[in-house]
Design a protein. Structure first.
Length: 444
């Protein structure tokens, strides 16, 4: 099974190599990414080969979610170094800015035996932490062979991905047997993992770390100064509404802009902050706004402390969306009017903002269901329903306040997953053991 998997990974890498080389030559895009993904980490990353904790995230969302658990692990295991890896370039940027407690940040290696062995030899983890759905067979197998403890935190298996995993259940069961602990968001994921072959005794329902990663209004946070600076780019006239459309995908830009046209005729002159999910979509969103005749500007072109006169601002920066949510009058969260599976609605909810999303919320089904049950969000099925929802919210301050308060209450009621996760991890890696700094497992 592992041989076939490795052969498939090698074939996939061979097919993708020409693209990587082309992007490297034209844009320098993978000048750092590709060598590190091949295991060529800087020797200085861990020059003395000290034992560590390694946290793997994928992109921006997972990196931001991992911050509380990273801080907690560093506090509980002060004599272990802490490393964070990411898969995407945008995730790497956020990780370098958001993990002051980390001793190093690097790109996640390609999951081939010779590569992961090289990386493990440099990083020397005692504990390998995977975020959400990061299951890598060869890396986990090598960790097991070296005595490295492994844990999946904030784990989830969506209804959409579960049937695909079941198709490869024989391999998946062997891979899951290599994981020491599964800290999952809810009982549905626990049952799905058991159905896929995970040992029931290794599963703990600890809740979603996304709630703990959220800003707590009124609290002092390390990022608050940077957040205040971000908001200084969004000065607007008193009484002007702000609609934030966050994490939008292709197919939604046009829907949101069409909705803005009708909203403007019935609800004044709101500012739309349009935040595409991926950097490669910034240009598409801007072009579509200009085609409709909107005065459009990119966030990167705004001047600090100057009033925004545009109709549409394209948020073409990384890591600022969560801060911008706090000035919204109403919020639409994308990836939900197109069949992507939805995106995180908790960030605007933490600021007490009324949230609207589409019918496709499979990746956040439990959270979306809780919000709808408490009337803390509104679900729409089409662009026309989105228009109607935004018009109602902009015209009804009392309803905005009620929805926002209900959303914030859900967030506050669900905090605490970080402590539960850290306690579960202590069961497989006692903090007292870390203080003695034993030799690296498998060291010769």
């Amino acid at each position: 099974m592992y041989v076939l998997y490795s052969a498939a990974m090698l074939l996939l890498f061979a097919v993708a190599t020409p693209y990587f080389l082309c992007q490297w030559a034209r844009h320098g895009k993978y000048a750092v990414n590709l060598p590190e993904r091949l295991g060529a980490l800087p020797v200085a990353l861990n020059l003395d080969r000290e034992p560590s904790i390694w946290i793997q995230t994928v992109s921006v969302g997972e990196a931001l979610t991992a911050r509380p658990i990273a801080a907690g692990l560093k506090e509980r295991y002060p004599h272990l170094r802490l490393y964070v890896s990411t898969t995407t370039i945008t995730g790497q940027q956020v990780a370098r800015d958001s993990f002051p407690m980390a001793d190093g940040v690097f790109y996640f290696p390609i999951d081939l035996p010779v590569i992961v062995r090289r990386v493990l030899g440099i990083v020397r983890p005692r504990l390998f932490v995977m975020m959400e759905t990061e299951i890598w067979p060869n890396l986990l197998r090598e960790c097991r062979a070296r005595g490295v403890r492994t844990v999946l935190v904030n784990g989830r298996v969506s209804a959409r991905s579960f049937p695909r995993y079941r198709l490869v259940r024989p391999l998946f069961r062997r891979v899951l047997a290599s994981v020491d602990l599964f800290c999952v968001q809810g009982p549905e994921t626990a049952q799905r993992l058991i159905a896929l072959g995970a040992p029931p005794g290794r599963i703990a329902v600890t809740g979603s770390l996304k709630f703990d990663a959220l800003h707590r209004p009124g609290s002092a946070q390390p990022s608050s100064r940077a957040g205040d600076r971000v908001l200084r780019f969004f000065r607007v006239a008193a009484g002007r509404a702000i609609i934030v459309a966050g994490s939008t995908m292709p197919g939604e830009h046009e829907i949101v802009l069409a909705a803005l046209e009708r909203v403007r005729t019935l609800a004044g002159n709101p500012l739309l902050v349009l935040a595409p999910r991926r950097p490669e979509h910034f240009g598409d969103a801007e072009a579509r706004a200009l085609e409709r005749g909107f005065k459009t500007v990119r966030r990167s072109a705004l001047t600090v402390d100057e009033e925004v006169k545009a109709d549409v601002v394209i948020l073409d920066t990384i890591g600022e969306l969560a801060e911008v949510y706090q000035i919204a009058t109403a919020v639409f969260v994308g990836g939900s009017l197109v069949n992507i599976g939805g995106h995180n609605i908790l960030e605007p909810a933490a600021f007490g903002k009324p949230v609207v999303f589409g019918p496709h919320m499979q990746n956040f089904a439990e959270i979306a269901s809780a919000f709808l049950e408490d009337r803390a969000a509104e679900q729409v099925r089409s662009g026309r329903e989105l228009e109607d929802a935004l018009i109602r919210l902009l015209a009804d301050p009392a309803e905005r306040e009620r929805m926002g308060a209900a959303a914030r209450a859900i967030v506050e009621a669900n905090r605490g997953a970080t402590a539960r996760t850290l306690d579960a991890i202590a069961g497989i890696l006692p903090p007292a053991g870390a203080e003695r700094v034993l030799p690296f497992p498998g060291a010769r």
